[in-house]
Design a binder for this molecule. Structure first.
Ligand code: GRF
Length: 215
């Protein structure tokens, strides 16, 4: 018997999506991904975790879950480009299909963007395009917004302003401190990031100009 498939049939999901996670610190978002995979809410595998900080707790979280964990010191390279070429090489060596920035504190440049075009996502603790860069929660409090939140977006050359995949809204209270607002937002981050990865893994994200359409 012969099966005929239309020539344009796209098979998005060829198996388990291989993730590469870049993290600079605590790694609670990394943990949320690990937990979502373990609970089978996400059909993915973390192929490697890379950090630019030797003492990043994210590396410990990876190791204790049996995930390859690599520290790459940017200072060991002649330039930021050379450092990023090494990251790209490592990610490719681990056959990574989607790069997840989970608290990665360096700006991503051309070598990584070119090697993983439309395949790098980031979580930002504000409603993009508001409050890019560091201390987004403090910026939100100082500005006096009544609502803030978090955003998962594709990474492009802009700073925290790439095409938006998902956002979650969180109220800002009059007596909020940077710490209390960060905590409230973080709880939402831990749901939003695995959810965005799931949508990607199911081939349900389509970038049209600067907009992401959820299929
Ligand atoms: C999170 O708030 C994330 O949105 C921001 O950096 C923080 C990282 O936290 N980009 P963690 O290391 O995942 O705990």
């Amino acid at each position: 018997m012969t099966f005929l498939f239309p020539a344009n049939l796209k098979i998005f999901f060829m198996g388990v999506l291989r993730l590469g996670v870049l993290a600079s610190g605590r790694g609670s978002n990394l943990q949320a991904i690990i937990d979502a995979i373990r609970k089978k809410k996400l059909s993915a595998e973390i192929a490697v975790v890379i950090s630019n900080k030797q003492d990043a707790f994210a590396l410990k979280r990876a190791k204790r879950s049996g995930i390859p964990a690599v520290y790459v010191n940017p200072k060991d390279f002649a330039s930021r480009e050379a450092y990023e070429r090494e990251l790209a090489r490592l990610l490719q060596e681990h056959a990574v299909e989607l790069v997840v920035l989970a608290g990665y504190m360096l700006i991503v440049g051309k070598p990584l963007l070119n090697a993983f075009k439309n395949r790098i996502i980031n979580i930002h603790p504000a409603l993009v395009p508001s409050f890019p860069g560091l201390h987004a929660q403090r910026q939100a409090i100082e500005f006096g917004v009544k609502y803030s939140g978090c955003t998962v977006h594709f990474v492009d050359e802009s700073l925290d302003a790439g095409p938006i995949i998902l956002q979650a809204v969180v109220p800002v209270r009059d007596d909020d401190t940077e710490a209390s607002l960060s905590k409230r937002i973080l709880r939402r981050e831990h749901k939003l990031l695995p959810e965005a990865i799931r949508l990607f893994s199911e081939g349900r994200l389509k970038i049209e100009a600067h907009k992401v359409r959820l299929l």
